[in-house]
Design a protein around this ligand. Structure first.
Ligand SMILES: [Fe+2]
Length: 235
């Protein structure tokens, strides 16, 4: 049976503005399991201004250890990763590979919530072309507030970069059409929950998966799952 992966969550306890402790992490994992998810990536926020990559990885290991103590076999497997906030010089950062999903060269990148510059986009290109990373762009739909970002996204969509659209787009009648549009910007697409907690930003991939399956077909959902397996599990 194929693994169903959630590539973007803040399930690791007390790492960032996500899960506030192991009890909440377990509740999130239970809900994800009920949605058919078998592998959950703990992609805690990494901010260059706050800590070094090594410090972040040490904290993450401790969080994963705490979670492992209470994680039971019936729950989804948790894989460490990170959601790396873009920073100037990222393409030349020596330790960047440590932020990839464990055991891969796949990086989840969060672009700045500003108007992007051409030098920002050049660095993103360099991550793919020079650094040879598999790049996943976290929630591109959240950057569409600017016309120039939209144009940059169109250009990035032509490269070997995956667009990971958030599940929350598909939980509301008012945003799901837009979610679908951005999914259609590229053939390289993924769905992630970006779940932070059990309250305002809960696990939500069930709505996204059924909407995409309805509108794009069950085969397309399968392609999305296959891509996630390839990028994150290497299978
Ligand atoms: Fe996130």
């Amino acid at each position: 049976m194929r693994e169903i992966i959630d590539p973007h969550t803040h399930v690791l306890p007390k790492m960032d503005d996500g899960s506030r402790g192991t009890v909440m992490s377990i509740e999130m994992l239970k809900r994800m399991k009920a949605m058919g998810i078998t592998v959950v990536c703990g992609t805690s926020h990494y901010y260059r201004r706050d800590e070094s990559i090594r410090e972040f990885c040490e904290r993450r290991e401790a969080a994963l250890d705490r979670l492992s103590e209470v994680l039971t076999d019936d729950l989804p497997r948790v894989i460490p990763g990170s959601e790396v906030a873009f920073f100037h010089g990222i393409s030349e950062e020596e330790d960047l590979e440590m932020l990839c999903y464990e055991g891969t060269r796949t990086l989840l990148l969060e672009m700045p919530f500003t108007d992007w510059t051409s030098s920002n986009v050049d660095e993103v290109r360099s991550l793919v072309l020079d650094r040879r990373l598999n790049l996943i762009l976290a929630h591109p739909e959240r950057f569409l507030f600017s016309k120039s970002n939209k144009e940059y996204l169109r250009r990035l969509a032509e490269m070997n970069i995956y667009f990971q659209v958030n599940g929350e787009n598909f939980t509301s009648f008012f945003t799901r059409k837009e979610g679908l549009e951005i999914l259609k910007m590229t053939p390289r697409r993924l769905l992630g929950s970006d779940a932070h907690n059990t309250e305002k930003r809960p696990p939500n991939l069930d709505a996204a998966r059924s909407y995409v399956s309805r509108k794009m077909g069950a085969e397309e959902l399968e392609r999305i799952d296959e891509a996630a397996c390839r990028l994150i599990l290497g299978t």
